[in-house]
Design a binder for this molecule. Structure first.
Ligand SMILES: Cc1cc2nc3c(=O)[nH]c(=O)nc-3n(C[C@H](O)[C@H](O)[C@H](O)COP(=O)(O)O)c2cc1C
Length: 205
């Protein structure tokens, strides 16, 4: 888990069905409210769907760059920001696209809040990501489906009462899996009181 960071650059090599099957199976082992498993994982292989996603990814990235005033990464600068910018460029470039695209869909359950609906699909997404990491694949969650949702619904035949929660990209990574960078545990785990940090007295750094 500590090296299951988002991977956005993939080698130009297909992912075999056996490996993908392991990741999908792991997704299907996730918990969900009342064990309803209100999900469907759609492997996108058709050229129409892949083209729609690629165009949507590009659009979303251009909008994000404008919104945040992001500039193109300069040369081969190796700071974290430049690396992410370069990876995002490659991730969203037409033709350089991920070998695997999987849509995670959820059918809202009666009376469930939006948060609860998400709780019955994102554990499956995370299981997929962790299984992918265990297999040596790299993967990333994206929300790119947001800007091609109508087209994807039509191409896949997603029923109107289902939601698309995430679009995961995966493939054999270019380069190494990187350690995740997260807030120290002491800032996010507490005991009994909101501001009383968790500490087990061990040095796990
Ligand atoms: C709900 C959600 C939406 C995300 N959407 C995108 C996205 O649209 N594009 C993308 O490249 N990464 C996306 N990510 C990946 C996050 O940017 C990434 O997990 C986070 O920055 C932490 O980086 P790390 O996984 O490399 O440690 C998303 C993650 C989550 C949980």
């Amino acid at each position: 888990m500590s090296t299951a960071s988002a991977v956005r650059r993939y080698r130009d090599e297909p992912v075999d069905d056996e490996t993908l099957d392991k990741c999908l199976r792991a997704a299907s082992w996730a918990p969900s409210g009342a064990n309803q498993q209100p999900w469907r994982f759609v492997v996108l292989r058709s050229s129409d769907a892949r083209a729609a996603v690629t165009a949507a990814a590009r659009r979303t990235w251009q909008e994000l760059k404008r919104f945040y005033g992001l500039t193109e990464p300069v040369g081969h600068a190796d700071d974290a920001k430049s690396r992410v910018l370069r990876a995002m460029e490659e991730h969203t470039r037409v033709g350089g696209f991920a070998p695997c695209l999987v849509l995670f869909c959820v059918q809202p359950q009666r009376g469930a809040s939006e948060l609860q609906q998400g709780g019955s699909i994102f554990p499956a997404v995370q299981n997929f990501l962790l299984a992918a990491r265990a297999e040596g694949l790299g993967a990333a969650i994206t929300l790119w489906h947001d800007s091609c949702e109508d087209e994807l619904r039509r191409l896949v035949g997603i029923p109107d009462d289902w939601l698309i929660a995430a679009l995961v990209t995966a493939g054999w990574p270019k380069g190494r899996h990187k350690a995740v960078r997260r807030k120290p545990l002491e800032l996010v785990a507490v005991v009994d009181r909101w501001n009383q940090p968790w500490s087990c007295g061990l040095d796990n750094s």
